[in-house]
Design a protein around this ligand. Structure first.
Ligand code: FAD
Ligand code: AMP
Length: 478
């Protein structure tokens, strides 16, 4: 293998591997460097997303949902299921099989596109020289006209809760508990905490979530966040806001957690604790000081709107740069950068990136929240519609939640959509398409939605924006 490429991508997560595939499709001689190694000594591709993130968490969310359905809700349908058993090892094996299938798939795709895969830990030096240390300790140097940094992120740590890999774990540890913890503490009620807390709550854990902030899901639309909080509480998640963890102590087979709440100090004992306090970009050893790449005070690589760093020919994408830490955001940045390297004026609409919490029901959003529109002084219209009035939701026994649509009061332009409820992610994706196609709220009102579907809630919410929903009594508009 030559040491000279058109493009070298560092990191094979959803940002890096997608960028590499698109570069190769465009005829660029491309290599990906990945430091993770499988037991077989082969490179372990796919990054956080495929190995310890999106995919394994969704596998467990799905398995635990089915268990909870069988253990509880199927009786509502007149279905009796006796003698339900839980095989955690089997559940984990299923998850691992899915991960292996997908990471193997990435490997196959890179091979089919003639992307060279280099195993080792990479550091970018001056002059776009990349030094790679193999797992055996051998050092090689590669150069390219373009370098794409896609090193991703890792779980953030907090001093009061050091991980011991057994009782106190991060999200990766929480994806492989060997038994259901009796009492589970989750530090941080963000997206990852909620998803992993839900998995274990459904499997039988008593879950207490300790969240330092006073506000629940502060980046979400306030009304949807409040509605979601009520639904999660009904499901038995004990979410304590304004609860800042200050100390943990492992004793015997439990963990004692100290936290402050409204100036008082409290203590709780758990069998296990998940630390889910966010993620930090993996940029500390990624480049040398003379590489020309710069980072902000939190370690995110400085890039322009097109993911170009301050060093000529060096790009950065995915979790190591500004914007939401989401797999699909990184992948689309990867495509944009590949196109730009190839000379096209590609761009990414950062205003229209959907975000989803895969609880049950899901919480999903795109565009502006109502509080953002208020603070920006935008004259907006709002329409909401509850799933309780949707026939399909009733038929499925999934009546919790609502769709909320925000539109510009003058132009009728769609500005945001926020959903908690069944199929929220897919419903919000409809609005992503609508916004990207410059549809107005009236366009949504005029479209035909199949009956009976959850999508009818989108139609009705769009109608409600102008006080003309059919299947509820419309409130007088301002
Ligand atoms: P990563 O996926 O982190 O990949 C970076 C890769 O670079 C890694 O393989 C790493 O080993 C390699 N690397 C790093 N440094 C070097 C180096 N110096 N040399 C060589 N290789 C290097 N996002 C969603 O959109 N939807 C979800 O449902 C979702 N669920 C999640 C659930 C959990 C539990 C977690 C933890 C995350 C979840 N995320 C989700 C976030 C998502 O996983 C990340 O946003 C995404 O993986 C980031 O992609 P990336 O390519 O930037 O980095
Ligand atoms: P996210 O960034 O969405 O993964 O959410 C992480 C959450 O962890 C944030 O809401 C933080 O407020 C919360 N958090 C951070 N430190 C602490 C702490 N010491 N105790 C409780 N919650 C915390």
């Amino acid at each position: 293998m030559s040491n000279q490429f058109d493009v070298v991508v560092i990191g094979s997560g959803p940002a890096g591997y997608v960028c590499a595939i698109r570069c190769a499709q465009l005829g660029l001689n491309t290599a990906v460097i990945e430091q993770n190694v499988a037991e077989s000594s082969q490179p372990l591709l796919g990054g956080t997303c495929l190995n310890v993130g999106c995919i394994p968490s969704k596998a467990l969310l799905d398995s635990s949902h089915r268990y909870a359905e069988a253990a509880g809700h199927l009786a509502d349908h007149g279905i009796g299921v006796g003698g339900i058993t839980l095989d955690i090892a089997g559940m984990m094996a299923r998850k691992e099989k899915i991960v292996a299938q997908l990471t193997g798939g990435v490997s196959g795709l890179l091979k089919a596109n003639a992307v060279s895969v280099i195993t080792g830990s990479a550091t970018l030096n001056a002059g776009r020289n990349v030094e790679v240390t193999s797992p055996e300790g051998e050092v090689s140097t590669y150069t390219a006209d373009h370098i794409v940094l896609a090193a991703g992120s890792e779980p953030a740590a907090i001093p009061p809760a050091p991980l011991d890999g057994d009782r106190i774990v991060d999200s990766t540890g929480a994806l492989c508990f060997e038994e259901v913890p009796g009492r589970l503490g989750v530090i941080g009620a963000g997206v990852i905490g909620l998803e992993l807390g839900s998995v274990w709550a459904r499997l039988g854990s008593e879950v207490v979530m300790l969240e330092a902030m006073d506000q629940f899901l502060p980046n979400m639309d306030e009304q949807i966040a409040a509605e979601s909080g009520k639904i999660f509480a009904k499901q038995g998640l004990d979410i304590r806001l304004g609860a800042r963890v200050t100390d943990t102590e492992i004793s015997g087979d439990g963990v004692s957690v100290t936290y402050t709440h409204k100036d008082a100090t409290h203590q709780e004992t758990f069998d296990r604790v998940i630390v889910a306090v966010g993620r930090t970009p993996r940029t500390d050893k990624l480049f040398s000081a003379d590489s020309g790449v710069t980072v902000d005070e939190r370690g995110f690589v400085f890039v322009n709107d097109y993911c170009a760093t301050e060093a000529p020919g060096v790009w950065a994408i995915g979790d190591i740069v500004r914007g939401p830490m989401l797999a699909h955001k990184g992948s689309e940045e990867g495509v944009m950068v590949a196109e730009r390297i190839h000379g096209k004026a590609a761009q990414l609409n950062y205003e229209v990136i959907p975000s989803i919490i895969y609880t049950h029901p899901e919480v999903a959003a795109v565009g502006k929240t109502e509080q953002e529109l208020k603070s920006e002084g935008v004259d907006y219209k709002v329409g909401t519609f509850p799933f309780a009035a949707i026939g399909r939701a009733l038929a499925s026994g999934e009546t919790d939640g609502m769709v909320k649509i925000l539109s510009d009061a003058d132009s009728d332009q769609l500005l945001g959509a926020h959903v908690v409820g069944p199929s929220a992610a897919d419903l919000v994706q409809q609005i992503v398409i609508a916004i990207e196609m410059a549809a107005s709220t009236e366009d949504l009102q005029l479209m035909v939605f199949g009956h009976p579907t959850m999508s009818e809630a989108v139609h009705e919410a769009a109608l409600a924006v102008d006080g003309r929903a059919i299947h509820m009594v419309n409130r007088p508009k301002r």
